[in-house]
Design a protein around this ligand. Structure first.
Ligand SMILES: Nc1nc2c(ncn2[C@@H]2O[C@H](COP(=O)(O)OP(=O)(O)OP(=O)(O)O)[C@@H](O)[C@H]2O)c(=O)[nH]1
Ligand SMILES: [Mg+2]
Length: 358
């Protein structure tokens, strides 16, 4: 009975789940035959969304095997909920990259709910665990949106290869399609190729780029870009930084300097400090997140490569560890393979029961 509280009916095979659409008015479906064309365009958009959801589901398949399937194996009808069972679940969570801190918080919450609702059948625990993961991840519900007066400055950080430049390219595409003017600063002056890569992404969305020569102090590129942003009255400035090992202190100090230059030139900026994390990286990503957060306080996280062999537990760990929302997910290498993070979609993809909000 408890399950019914948390589960909605699965849509029939290949049919859009119309019941889930009414929460998003722009995507409402009219089943009326007289509105066939509307229906088919909505169906197209549902198919497109399904395909990104399927990519997410398949990217999370390894995590599902390690985490969900193992937990499900413990939750048998007839097995009572006791401390031994809860500890076994904890162990699985910790081994699946959820990390000790997030596991403890999650399981404390699960224990409270079990007590409150007087649940004693282990078979009913899965719904509670899902519900509590979703609550932990979805408490903020924010996206990377332009809420400040222009210019809105977004500083992008992360280790080498995390997906910073790719995410910036996708963000430019998003903002430009929303009618915003965007400028990008190539503050990765370590590698000549870095600005080239950024240039290619900027050309895809017809976005201007401020760049300088290799080896120039990145803070000076940022300084120039901030002034260009103000004189050109641009809505959004996105700053790409060099990937750096979080263990290299001088590099982290340089990042802190970039942060200081931005705040000095534009009060309240940067409005967003976006940490880009490789979703396939595992536990190391949590350590990185903490070190970057100390250099420049992070306001949001983008988890990339969730279409790859992702370690999905890290998403839960990072949220808990640095206490900032996961705002974006990358699910491919194309311009529109960037999605706002929606806790319900993530948890549905993880548990693979097609209950996403699409
Ligand atoms: N499958 C997949 N690949 C991605 C995603 N995001 C980035 N990549 C790939 O990851 C690789 C590294 O991406 P970059 O954007 O260059 O990473 P970076 O953080 O800018 O790297 P550095 O500039 O070296 O620090 C590239 O091959 C991207 O195509 C994603 O969401 N899915
Ligand atoms: Mg880069």
């Amino acid at each position: 009975m408890l399950k019914n509280l948390f589960r909605r009916q699965k849509p029939k095979d290949n049919q859009p789940d119309i019941s889930t659409l009414d929460r998003r008015p722009s995507e409402e479906v009219s089943p009326s035959p007289s509105e066939d064309s509307d229906f088919s365009s909505t169906a197209d958009s549902i198919n497109k969304k399904k395909s990104w959801f399927q990519r997410l589901t398949s990217g999370l398949s390894k995590t599902r095997k390690n985490l969900v399937t193992q937990i499900q194996g413990l939750l048998r009808i007839g097995r009572k909920i006791d401390e031994e069972l809860l500890e076994e679940i904890e162990e699985i969570l910790i081994q699946s990259d959820v990390g000790v801190k997030a596991t403890m918080t999650l399981m404390d919450n699960v224990r409270d709910v079990v007590k409150e609702r007087m649940i004693d059948e282990s078979a009913d625990l899965e719904a509670v665990i899902k519900e509590q993961i979703e609550l932990m991840l979805g408490q903020d519900g924010q996206s990377v949106s332009i809420i400040h007066d222009s210019p809105h400055v977004i500083l992008v950080l992360g280790v080498n290869g995390a997906g910073k430049t790719t995410t910036i390219g996708k963000l430019c595409h998003r903002f430009k399609s929303e009618g915003k003017s965007v400028l990008v600063a190539a503050a990765d002056t370590f590698r000549a190729a870095a600005a080239e890569q950024l240039q290619i992404w900027c050309e895809r969305s017809d976005t201007d780029l401020i760049r300088s020569d290799e080896g120039i102090d990145p803070a000076s590129v940022v300084f120039d870009a901030l002034h260009a942003t103000q004189s050109r009255q641009v809505d959004v400035l996105i700053i790409d930084t060099a990937g750096r090992l979080h263990t290299k202190k001088p590099l982290m100090d340089e990042l802190a300097k970039i942060g200081r230059v931005i705040s000095r030139e534009i009060p309240k900026a940067p409005h967003e400090v976006l940490l880009v994390v490789d979703g396939t990286a595992g536990q190391n990503a949590i350590i990185q997140a903490n070190v970057f957060n100390e250099a420049v306080p992070v306001t949001g996280v983008a988890v990339t490569k969730l279409d790859g062999t992702a370690k999905g537990g890290v998403v839960i760990a990072i949220r808990q560890e640095i206490g900032v929302p996961i705002k974006l997910i990358g699910i491919g290498e194309q311009l529109d393979d960037l999605r706002d993070f929606v806790a319900q979609d993530f948890v549905s993809a993880l548990f693979e029961n097609d209950e996403s909000s699409i």
